[in-house]
Design a protein around this ligand. Sequence first.
Ligand code: FES
Length: 452
Amino acid sequence: GRKSIDELVRADEGLISRSIFVDDEIFQQELQRVFSRAWLFVGHESLVPNPDDYFVSRMGTESVILTRDRQGQIQVMLNSCAHRGMKLCRYDHGNNRTFTCPYHGWSFSTDGKLVERPGELVGVPGHATHYKGELDKKQWGLKTVAQVVNYKGAVWATWDPDAPPFLDYLGNMRLYLDAALDHRDGSAGGSEVIGGVQKWRVKCNWKFAPENFIGDLYHDISHRSVDIVGIGPGGGRGRRDPSATRSAICFPELGHGLLGRLPFYEEGPYAPQYARYPEVEAYYREVHERRERTLGSAMRVQTSVGTIFPNMSFHGRQPRTLAVFHPISPTEMEMWRMYLVDKDAPEAVKEAARHYFLRYSGPGGMTESDDMENWTGATEASMGTMSRELYFNYQMGVGHAEPVPEIPGCAVNGEYTEENARIYYRRWAQFMNGLSWDELMAGAARAQEKAA
Ligand code: FES
């Protein structure tokens, strides 16, 4: 028989079986035990700015509709007609007063003035005649998520009514996500996605991406060519401030982690990087100074890249991005990237950011192409009968993680380490072992209590 999850994920020893990246049975279990329970990132509020706007997103392998109802509330529903399953929205985004199915014409509404709960069935052709008025419309609404949250513009949802509140799930990782979502001055909702959502398929297991973004600084060697060419935000050499030491920071009880700057609580001095674009430089300098003035020092943390378990990652420094990795099959994922800018930033700033994103990220971006090559190569070379029996090595820095007393539940383990990947897969194994939410959240609760 197949090995147990605990045999496949020996995180404490830094050993993770290759089979969890290629096995179909594991993949089906992931969809049930991870994707139907965890809080998932489904989009950004700026994708649906007006009432009745919708954006078609995904949760796991399933298509969902993210919409803003007439009352302005964000709703997330399965994009599948309750009658016989047809996709209701076949465009990526649009504006709909009701969602009408192209197959037999049933229609559904989110308008709180018309319906008691979002996604209710409001129109059935032939209800009086063919159905003799006997079909109970209240019973046949769209399936909606159990919980949805708009956290500083980022929309998260879960199918699990028993999942803890999103902010408990996020824990103190919140500090670092905030750096991406409201970079400017801590005011919520100040960002927008520009240039549409880039979406593309990659022939690799979906876990390679969040694992990479959770803190794999070691792979920087893959991007040597990028460093040599020089595609920094201001067009210069290098992708980071060499004077800044980054650390792998993680939340072992929750499975989240990032690369951030030490010492904690300090963003560091403003690092000029837009010498060629004075207007952009002036804007970012002003933002930096405003953050120093308006945010407490504890809020001025800096995140380079981070991952929220299971499949969302982000860049927290300017320029900021949000990414999500949707599973398609064990050996294929669909990668989405959204580029965030301050809504009221000058046009020149938005343009500079857009150009940077295009050369840096996305299917044609230079760093992302490097990564995709690695992930597809590793997936392909782990599919064979010999190779899938082997373990990947995640042993860098085993046993060296130190708690961070200032941030409950937080641990740090040097700049180059695989600790963050280990805690990610340990979390994955907990979900795959079917732990209850009480069990899943017990560690984080203990860490908070200890600190209090
Ligand atoms: Fe939608 Fe029949 S499948 S109305």
